[in-house]
Design a protein around this ligand. Structure first.
Ligand code: PGA
Length: 249
């Protein structure tokens, strides 16, 4: 099965760097489905270099409404018009530094779905929750808080990135078996929240210090895909991650 890599470039690259990096991968790769998520200002330029190819475009966030008096916010329908297929919602950096709550994330998820975007919902426990055995409670709280308002209406796949906060940008990834265990919990909790009549299927990605050294073990353990920050932000880094993933299949 082809694996899925979502490259989260955060605010780390200037627009010209994002466009050049996207251009280097625009011809696609037989081993992975690649989604690149540059900052808002680079979306249009990156969309141009990806046009007609197999690499998809994603945004790093969207507003929880299609139109509103919300200065500085970005409408999900405008992202779709620009060529985005995906949007990351609820990233822990936004929850932590910009005060995003589960209720805000739920609105973003619904607005993204209504605009035809495929949301990638990020959830993950803090270091303290991990240390005190609260991981499962934290994951269930964030997942339910985001998807319960969607009820049965969700027909697209539910894509969730399990990203332990303590693993993001630290060089200390989760173990593959813990990530697989979290993925199982997330899949079961999604079904329990939306009921057995739910028509969607759940795809769980892992994110947090994924690199070329550890990605083969995650892939062999059964993770369907990855949300990658640091290791995706240079051509060399992203190429070696893709090569390592290909070698694991
Ligand atoms: P990282 O970031 O790969 O640098 O840990 C992952 C993310 O924040 O999505």
């Amino acid at each position: 099965m082809r694996s899925f890599i979502v490259a989260n470039w955060k605010m780390q690259l200037a627009d010209a760097q994002s466009i050049a990096l996207a251009a280097a991968f625009a011809s696609g790769d037989e081993h992975v489905d690649l989604v690149v998520c540059p900052s808002f200002t680079a979306l249009s330029g990156v969309a141009q270099v990806l046009r007609g190819g197999s690499v998809s475009l994603g945004a790093q966030d969207c507003a929880g409404e299609e139109r509103a008096a919300l200065t500085g916010a970005v409408s999900p329908s405008d992202l779709a018009s620009l060529g985005c297929r995906y949007v990351i919602v609820g990233h822990s950096e936004r929850r932590r530094h910009l005060g995003e709550t589960d209720a805000m994330v739920a609105r973003k998820l619904q607005a993204a779905l209504a605009s035809g975007l495929q949301p990638i919902l990020c959830i993950g426990e803090t270091e303290e929750e991990w240390r005190t055995g609260q991981r499962d409670v934290a994951l269930r709280r964030q997942l339910t808080g985001a998807i319960a308002p969607c009820g049965f209406s969700m027909t697209q796949p539910l894509m969730v990135a399990y990203e332990p906060v303590w693993a993001i940008g630290t060089g200390h990834a989760s173990s593959p078996s813990d990530a697989v265990d979290a993925a199982k919990l997330i899949t079961e909790a999604a079904l329990a929240t939306c009921g057995t009549q739910a028509t969607f299927h759940t795809i769980v990605l892992y994110g947090g210090s994924v690199d070329a050294r550890n990605i083969p073990a995650f892939a062999r353990a059964g993770m369907a895909g990855f949300l990658i920050g640091t290791a995706s932000q240079s051509e060399e880094g992203l190429r070696s991650v893709i090569a390592a993933l290909a070698s694991a299949s």
